[in-house]
Every structure is written in structure tokens, then in C-alpha cells.
Design a binder for this molecule. Structure first.
Ligand code: HEM
Length: 238
């Protein structure tokens, strides 16, 4: 989907999504526009939920194209469980490898690579004094590569997220959705949506990386972790 806020003034016929977006505003008698409750809900979904999931899947497919055996194992699970049917919510419990692959991809490429907190009052944490208002940055991108939490951390290995192995992870070692009171409200939805899309696509098409690309994450942006120059793939029907 190609969604652009620049198309806000477009006509309904040309840009149905822009038209939907316009309906989230209320025109007051004084001529000013005000955001409705629907605007807030849609904004949360698109801004926080759309791009994060999109980049998570981008990196997941990139990693799968680089790891043939893992890709084949995922295809075997999808084919044997679904037997050609379109996957549904009920199938997800029987597609654990899809979830493991998705989680492991987010370990190496967390869609939100850095998030922050501000101290509400002076506080000492591990001998560091933080003054009121000072910011602390937490970086899942580096946290997820710590050798004291993950053996051979650069290796893509979905077995880290088998039920038994995941339980052994140290608390706070894996934070793609943040933690505690400000944890991502879309976490459970994303952990359903991501593997469901993965299964749906794996069932129908194959992805092959176009050779000769320089694929690196763009860590300079504060938004979701995109590849610097995109990722080109050849898509074939299975
Ligand atoms: C793979 C997908 C996603 C990832 C990796 C992700 C990650 C995150 C992270 C790291 C935070 C900040 C947590 C913190 O500061 O401790 C966050 C917050 C948030 N996310 Fe997500 N998210 C994803 C999908 C979604 C979806 C699908 C929705 C909504 C449908 C959503 C809605 C939100 C909202 C509203 C917040 C702000 C929560 C607050 O400040 O209290 N996210 N997300």
C-alpha cells in the first residue's frame, strides 16, 4: 500500500484513503477543522502500527532469503499445517515456527531500535545520578546483540524463541515492544499479524534477493528501522 499524507486534499475518486482520512476531521461553524476520536484511533494504528510491522516483515523476508534451511523449514510448517487453506487466527497456535522466525528477525532488526524515558525526579540507577528531566535512551538494537544474553548474537537462529529457550532469556534482554507501563499497546496484535502475514505469503510466493545490493539498516532515522536503500526481491508464485 502506498499511503501519503500529502494526498490529504485529493478527491475521493482519486485517493480513497485520503478521503477516509479527511472524514476523521470535523468542520466547525467557524471554519476550523478539528480532529475526531476516529482520527486519534486511525493515527495510532497507522503511525505506530503500520510501519513497525512493515519493517519487521521486510527484515524477516531479507533474513529468510539469506538462510535457505530456515526458509524451507518455515515453508514445510506452513504447507503441512494449512494444506493450501488461507491461514486464520485459529491456525496460529499450530504455526509456532512462523512466530519464532518473526521474533528472531525483530531481535536482529528491532523495528523501534531506540526509545527513551525522561526522569520525573532525581534518581540514582546503578550509581548513575539522573537529574529530573534528563533523558535515558534504551537501544534494543544493541541490547539484542549482547553476548551475555545471546550466544553468537549475530547469527539468525529462530530456535532461540522456541517455547523452552525463550523462557530462559534473561529478563529485559529482548525488548522489541518496550517494557512495563509504556509497553507497546499493539504487541499482541503485532505478534499475531506478523506471523499471519508471513504464513500467508510463504504459502503463495517465494522471495529471492536481487544480487549485488548493499543492505544496511538506517540507524540515523528516529522512526522505524528501515533498510537504507530498500530491499529488492524477485517474487515468484509457488
Ligand atoms: C512489530 C510491530 C511493533 C513494534 C516492534 C512496536 C514497538 C513499539 C515500541 C518499542 C514502543 C515504545 C514502548 C516504550 O516506550 O516502552 C511502542 C509503543 C506504541 N505502540 Fe507499538 N509496535 C508495533 C506495533 C504496534 C501496533 C500494531 C500498534 C497499534 C495497533 C502499536 C501501537 C503503539 C502505541 C499506541 C504505542 C505508544 C504506547 C504508549 O506510549 O503508552 N504498535 N511500540
Amino acid at each position: 500500500m502506498n499511503f501519503s499524507l500529502r494526498s490529504l486534499n485529493a478527491t475521493e475518486a482519486s485517493y480513497p484513503l485520503a478521503s477516509a482520512w479527511n472524514s476523521f476531521y470535523r468542520r466547525e461553524p467557524d471554519g476550523n477543522r478539528h480532529r475526531t476520536e476516529n482520527y486519534k484511533a486511525a493515527s495510532i494504528h497507522f503511525r505506530s502500527g503500520h510501519e513497525t510491522t512493515a519493517v519487521a516483515l521486510t527484515w524477516t523476508w531479507y533474513l529468510l532469503t539469506q538462510h535457505r534451511e530456515i526458509y524451507q523449514q518455515l515453508q514445510r510448517e506452513v504447507d503441512s499445517v494449512l494444506e493450501g487453506r488461507v491461514p486464520t487466527y485459529q491456525d496460529m497456535a499450530r504455526l509456532p515456527y512462523c512466530l519464532q522466525v518473526f521474533k528472531e528477525a525483530m531481535r536482529l532488526y528491532p523495528p523501534v531500535p531506540v526509545f527513551s524515558r525522561a526522569a520525573l525526579h532525581d534518581i540514582v540507577i546503578n550509581n548513575y545520578l539522573l537529574r529530573q528531566g534528563q533523558a535515558v535512551f534504551l537501544a534494543p538494537y544493541t541490547l539484542h546483540r549482547r553476548t551475555d544474553s545471546f550466544l553468537d548474537p549475530e547469527r539468525f537462529d529462530p530456535e532461540r524463541f522456541s517455547e523452552a529457550n525463550e523462557q530462559r532469556l534473561p529478563r529485559g534482554a529482548y525488548l522489541p515492544f518496550g517494557e512495563d507501563s509504556r509497553i507497546c499497546i499493539g504487541k499482541h496484535f503485532a505478534l499475531l499479524e506478523g506471523p499471519l502475514l508471513l504464513a500467508t505469503l510463504a504459502q503463495r510466493v517465494t522471495f529471492e534477493l536481487v544480487p549485488g545490493q548493499h543492505i544496511v539498516p538506517d540507524l540515523r532515522k528516529t522512526a522505524a528501522l528501515r533498510p537504507s536503500h530498500g530491499i529488492k526481491v524477485i517474487v515468484r508464485r509457488r
